[in-house]
Design a protein around this ligand. Sequence first.
Ligand code: HEM
Length: 518
Amino acid sequence: MASDWASTALFVVLLVIILYFSTIYFFNPQYDAREPPVIPHVIPYIGHILGLLWYGQHYFSILSAKNKSFPIFTLQTASKRTYIIASTELVTACERSPKTLSFFPFISAMTPRVFGIPATSKAMQIIEHNIDGKDGNWGLVYETSRGMHNEMVAGTNLDLMNRSMLSIMAAYFEELANGSGNDVDLFAWIRPRFTIASTEAIYGPGNPFRVEPGLESAFWDFDDGLTTMILGVAPRLIARKAYAGRLRIQQAMIRYFERGDHKNGLGVIKVRYDVARKYGATLSDIALFEIGDLLGVLVNAQPTFFWTLLHIFSDATLLQDIRDEIAASRSLTILTSSNGFQKHSLDITTLQDNCPLLLSTYREVLRVRTLSSSNRWVMEDTLLNDQYLLKKDSVLLIPGALIHSDPVWGTNAKEFNPRRFLKDTNTKPGAYRAWGGGQTLCPGRFFATSEIVSAVAMMVTRFDMQPAGGKGWKMPETYTARVASSICPPKEDVRVKITEREEYRGDQWVFKFAELPN
Ligand code: HEM
């Protein structure tokens, strides 16, 4: 009996060995000598996929650290070869070739899974119509993207967004001043408030996220299950909450458009709606397209606000220096003073210019915490930087975390240094990937910066924040398994006590916005 078992085991081991070597022998892909060097994996074809699943975006940094001399490398998986850019210089070369290294095929591949839009539907045809801009600068994707960039550059529309967002946040700061911040989970406090305030800056006074209770948690259910949903295998069953959340948002957005509330929304929603209507999308389609906008507006800003607060409040010297900087700046003024109480004004239009340390800290938080890659599809054989041959139909990735540890950032590239951007205000082209770049450059970067920096300045100036329970500060782990996030939320609760600073108790605080037409 025992010898039967031993011979079966031997047979299985031999079979595995034969299968392993024959896989390597028969499916051994051929590489051109000019292709980026290949980093093999002991488990052929799926090893790198397992590595990525296990380590997330850090996997690229692990491989690169072991192969420091490779500015770009190749990972072979079952169906594809994927090129990974590890050097700043090659990032700019890549962004110079948008026609041959294109993001658009990913839109076609991911839209059915993320938005639930069937691949053969009219809505998909609208999305794909001239998606690569071959026939000129038009089409839903091109015009929506251009419109969003135009609406969110410095100017009246951005000022309106800032006023809308921060007016709502101001009310939440009042709640804190009135004692609601005693022993709260910081991220759980931020999330619903930032969601409502940020969406108000897009959807205006009819904002469905404020009007319909529970909609914000439906969105986070969707975001939480997106990684599973994206597998595309029976999402209704295996990602039930995410599926239900998406449906709930779609229905709420349809109601929003039916009420005509978008007419009082801000520039971004108007442009998105008008372009989609022009190309024949239905209200139901537009409501689904909005989920893409919401991912952009919501997923990264709140964790960035959270981590920036945590980095500042957990470092007493940095906290004091930033408080001093804001206090000494012309952005903080006293409007009135009577009976020992004062009314303070924080001018958001000058804050970023007047507070370089605050801005540097924010930029450094983004640098050390960026965990996304820009994805490009190789449309035809391309010689990158006249050096590296990229084969048609391969995938090219620019991992932000890897580029942020490039030697151009110095020997302390991996450290959090809030003063880094005091000196390096102009970073080397291609080195800063917090906002992606080229075809997928984040259109919301100016809005994100003003909403976050202004809200952080108010928190730092007006409030004290201590870890609840009398223990010291502890940085929580990051919840990295999030497919749509570049800045990921914390994995654990961080309980804090937020109180108004003693010297300001009973005072009033306002944000000062740009002069705007009513
Ligand atoms: C701190 C906050 C934010 C961070 C760190 C961030 C980061 C990014 C990154 C890294 C990308 C590009 C990904 C790639 O290269 O594939 C991106 C794209 C995008 N972001 Fe942001 N973002 C933030 C806030 C916002 C806000 C507030 C909005 C809208 C109001 C927004 C809208 C978008 C959109 C629509 C895209 C897609 C661009 C395209 O593919 O054409 N983002 N963002």
